[in-house]
Ligand binder design. Structure first.
Ligand code: TYD
Ligand code: MG
Length: 484
């Protein structure tokens, strides 16, 4: 019976991508009704192509390593994140929130690559060719070898690839392309953008990229929770996953490689969105610290590290009387768990009352600093806010805080100190074991958070320390003790 055959076919949820061994009315993973489709019906194009691609094994030594060499696009920050450029035959997924600048970035990449020689193709599935032309107008001259195809059908994309033979194709966006209309036999069901459609489109493009040796970049919009909607399931299909981030209300944009088969993922690309598109940011300090207000309690500077870049950012804390029955903790660009830990350490080891107050902490400029190296600066910012005592304008702090209140070593400390010094920060609070600092910089070496508070006259209210000696043994004799 048909029902029996159906019962043994793998099905995939068009909403969340989960698979089941048989059809069920409701997805056991996401709870959506009627969202399961037989996998055999999902990727017929892929299965056909995969069958053709079956090759015989070859000696690994006979494989040309240079065949996978990256080709620079000419957009330096983009190439930096990709450790050189785009590899022919590779597929890259660029994820980011709507409006962050994905289309702008890729149009600049296409322009640059075309200007450097080679035909490139933009498949614009969201905007008309006219709209693309208008955008390109803002970015500068348009090279004749930049082709545009305004289409939403996968078949049209495949045909254009075959006839135009570009070296680089951008598909903007993968969610707006559909793999055949629902009326066609075997086409995945649902409108474009569902997991089934997105996967079918990406699968086909991966096959075409490999076969034609063309670099493919897919644009994917992300949802609020940070995951790629639909494209989430593409992350293991593609060679490289890039995340384009930033705060839409700020001009700074950060490009990161989340996954990269051809190089390391630690690199960070920095752009500034302006009237003529995205420009490389050589000196992020100007953007990140430009509007800083000094002499206000709760602010301190922190040298954060991302890949090989050091970003000196301002960390701010605000402490207000509790507005509701529960104390509120709110973070922007920081790890909420680390804030809770720092508050607990401050309360337990430094007697700083934070239990009955609302605490807000943020990193200015739309940057995210999730590393533990931010702990010490966070503790100082909160303590400064609680005491209502501003920290010196030229002070910075870096160090991880342990649960016993100890301040620990962090990675790349020398580089962090050098960048602070370059930007004019002269007093840097560091773990005791820190190496010597750059010339002209005073290192305030601390063993504990309590030491750091004492150094800035921010010690607790005196009713802390339930167990044991004072928070800052010998703090009075510390070098670098600074009056507020
Ligand atoms: P866009 O690249 O369309 O974002 P995405 O493709 O990620 O949705 O960028 C949209 C924003 O960028 C839009 O608000 C306008 C702004 N923008 C500039 O500020 N300067 C420019 O030169 C361009 C082209 C766009
Ligand atoms: Mg766009």
């Amino acid at each position: 019976m048909g029902g029996v055959a159906k019962a043994t076919t793998r099905h995939r949820c068009l909403d969340c991508g989960a698979t089941t061994v048989r059809w069920v009315g409701r997805c056991p993973s996401c709870g959506e009704w009627n969202s399961l489709v037989a996998e055999s019906a999902l990727d017929p194009l892929v299965q056909a192509v995969d069958a053709l691609d079956l090759a015989s094994p070859v000696p690994l030594a006979s494989v040309d390593p240079l065949a996978a060499a990256a080709v620079p696009t000419g957009v330096a920050e983009f190439d930096r994140v990709l450790s050189g450029g785009l590899v022919p035959g590779s597929v890259t997924l660029l994820g980011g929130e709507p409006g962050i600048g994905k289309s702008t970035l890729l149009l600049q990449v296409l322009r640059s690559r075309a200007a450097g020689g080679g035909r490139v193709l933009l498949v614009s599935a969201e905007e008309s060719a006219h709209q693309v032309r208008l955008r390109a107008e803002r970015l500068g001259p348009v090279p004749p070898s930049l082709l545009v195809l305004a289409a939403t059908e996968l078949e049209a994309v495949a045909a254009a690839l075959a006839t135009a033979e570009p070296v680089l194709v951008v598909v903007d966006s993968v969610q707006a392309v559909s793999a055949g209309s629902a009326a066609e036999a075997g086409a995945p069901g649902g409108p474009p953008g569902t997991v089934g459609q997105v996967r079918a489109v990406a699968d086909r493009l991966v096959s075409l990229a490999k076969r034609q040796g063309v670099s493919v970049v897919l644009v994917g919009h992300v949802t609020k929770d940070g995951g790629l909607a639909g494209p989430r399931t593409l992350e293991h299909l593609v060679d490289t996953v890039l995340a384009f981030e930033g705060d839409r209300h700020h001009s700074l944009r950060l490009l990161r490689a989340v996954k990269h088969r051809f190089g390391p993922t630690g690199e960070l690309g920095l752009f500034e969105m302006g009237d003529q598109g995205l420009a490389a940011v050589a000196n992020p300090g100007r953007l990140l610290l430009g509007d800083r207000l000094t002499g206000v309690p709760g602010g301190i500077v922190l040298p954060a590290v991302e890949g090989r870049r050091t970003l000196v950012v301002e960390l701010q804390a605000l402490v207000t009387p509790m507005a509701q029955a529960q104390p509120k903790r709110s973070v922007v660009g920081l790890d909420g768990g680390r804030l809770a830990m720092v508050l607990a350490v401050l309360a337990r080891h430094s007697g700083l009352p934070t239990v009955a107050v609302d605490v807000f902490a943020s990193v200015a400029g739309g940057v995210r600093v999730l590393e533990p190296a931010a702990d010490l600066a966070l503790a100082l910012a909160v303590a400064s806010a609680v005491a209502g005592v501003p920290l010196p304008a030229d002070a910075a702090a870096v160090g991880e805080v342990g649960l016993a209140g100890e301040v620990r070593q962090v990675t790349a400390l020398v580089r962090r100190l050098e960048e602070c010094a370059r930007l004019g920060f002269r007093r840097i609070v560091v773990p005791r074991s820190a190496p010597a600092g750059p010339e002209g910089v005073e290192l305030v070496r601390v063993d504990t958070v309590g030491d750091a508070l004492t150094a800035f006259g921010l010690s607790g209210t005196g009713h802390g320390e339930p167990d044991g000696p004072g928070p800052c043994p010998g703090a009075g004799s510390r070098p670098g003790t600074i009056a507020p």
